[in-house]
Design a protein around this ligand. Structure first.
Ligand code: HEC
Ligand code: HEC
Length: 323
């Protein structure tokens, strides 16, 4: 909150508290000079107005409320910018601006959010450990964990919380975000490789122009190349164009392989299988070649920890290897 709004709220709150206290004092005071319980000297149709004080219990409650209010304000961060009150309570750490901050603060933070997260982590750490480790305390292979329905269920829940926003809740992906259910892998689909992908993250770099010079792509160049790329997955294209395009494909082979079937070490997609990360229309392939692509899969080891990653890897593995 900015200083202005902190002051604004402080002033209004104080006015209201002091106003309430003043009102109570004014009402409770015998200001009529008439003894309690005696007539005020007014009579309406024979009904007399007596000077009757406010009920004691009611005044008591009112005072209690005002005092409680002041104590509450001292304990909790009621005034925004002016610190966090005597208890130092915050709902969440609002000054965290980077992932590094949040990792460092996790251990020392006293915010309610972080305390609850830490409590949950402690509680579930055992569960995750049990699902991923054997009796000797070694990791069970991802492929084996994937056979445990309970682990897969837990993995699915973790996936929905952490991965679905990019890969979809059914893990079938979107343009630029790979489908994880089709057994077609950019980086490889063994348990270990999937786990490495999750732990370390991935960054697929398709260079601008696919390392061809703008001159090579000029004129018919691009069109011929796209025809050749599309022919790799059996699409009907102009054979003459494709033949000419093949000559340009030489620079692509370093990453996509001589036959275009891809290279998992680089995350260079297989271009022969008619499964497209960025779309298989002529336009989409042109865009890919002209502008390049740069897919980023975040690293999860610091965010989730190895046990959770191991379980999610098992879930992902199970998607294309149903038991
Ligand atoms: C911010 C978006 C984003 C999030 C969140 C995300 N991913 Fe990814 N993921 C990607 C992108 C983009 C790629 C493709 C990287 C590339 O193009 O090289 C990818 C690649 C992958 C791959 C490699 C697929 C292959 O074919 O080899 C796996 C496996 C994967 N993600 C699983 C996950 C899991 C599990 C999670 C949750 C823990 C997750 N991803 C969260 C964006 C994301
Ligand atoms: C330095 C390695 C490298 C070179 C050289 C390279 N590519 Fe790529 N290419 C990649 C990578 C990595 C990706 C995946 C990018 C991503 O994951 O964001 C990719 C993606 C693509 C795609 C998108 C595939 C899909 O499924 O949507 C096409 C098409 C493509 N490349 C064609 C070419 C062509 C044609 C050439 C040669 C002119 C070429 N590439 C040269 C590494 C390379």
């Amino acid at each position: 909150m900015s200083t202005f709004w902190s002051i604004w709220i402080t002033v209004i709150t104080l006015i209201v508290i002091i106003g309430c206290a003043g009102l109570l004092y004014w009402c409770a005071k015998d200001k009529m000079g008439v003894e309690e319980g005696k007539s005020m000297g007014h009579s309406f149709d024979g009904i007399e107005e007596l000077n009757t004080g406010l009920p004691k219990w009611w005044v008591g409650l009112f005072v209690f409320t005002i005092v409680g209010c002041v104590i509450y304000i001292l304990l909790f961060p009621a005034f925004g910018g002016f610190g966090n009150g005597l208890l130092g309570w915050t709902s969440a750490d609002q000054d965290i601006v980077s992932k590094q901050d949040s990792i460092e603060r996790a251990a020392t933070s006293n915010s309610q959010y972080q305390r609850e997260v830490n409590k949950a982590n402690e509680l579930y750490a055992e569960v995750f450990k049990k699902l991923t480790h054997d009796e000797q305390g070694q990791y069970i292979a991802v492929e084996e964990v994937a056979k445990n329905p309970e682990a897969v269920k837990v993995g699915q829940r973790l996936f929905l919380q952490n991965c679905a926003q990019c890969h979809g809740s059914d893990a079938k992906g979107f343009t630029g975000f790979p489908n994880l259910t089709d057994n077609d892998w950019l980086y490889g689909g063994t348990g270990d490789i999937i786990k490495t992908t999750l732990m370390e993250g991935r960054n697929g770099v398709m260079p601008v122009g696919g390392l061809l010079t703008p001159e090579q792509l000029e004129g018919e160049g691009l069109q011929n190349l796209v025809s050749y790329v599309l022919s790799l997955s059996g699409r009907k294209v102009n054979a003459v164009e494709a033949q000419k395009g093949k000559e340009l494909f030489g620079t692509c082979m370093g990453c996509h392989g001589a036959d275009g079937s891809g290279m998992q070490a680089l995350g260079a997609p297989n271009l022969t299988d008619n499964i497209w990360l960025y779309g298989g229309s002529r336009k989409a392939v042109e865009e890919t070649i002209i502008h390049g692509r740069n897919g980023v899969m975040p690293a999860w080891k610091d965010i989730l920890g190895e046990d959770k990653v191991h379980i999610i890897a098992a879930y992902v593995y199970s998607l294309s290897n149903p038991q």
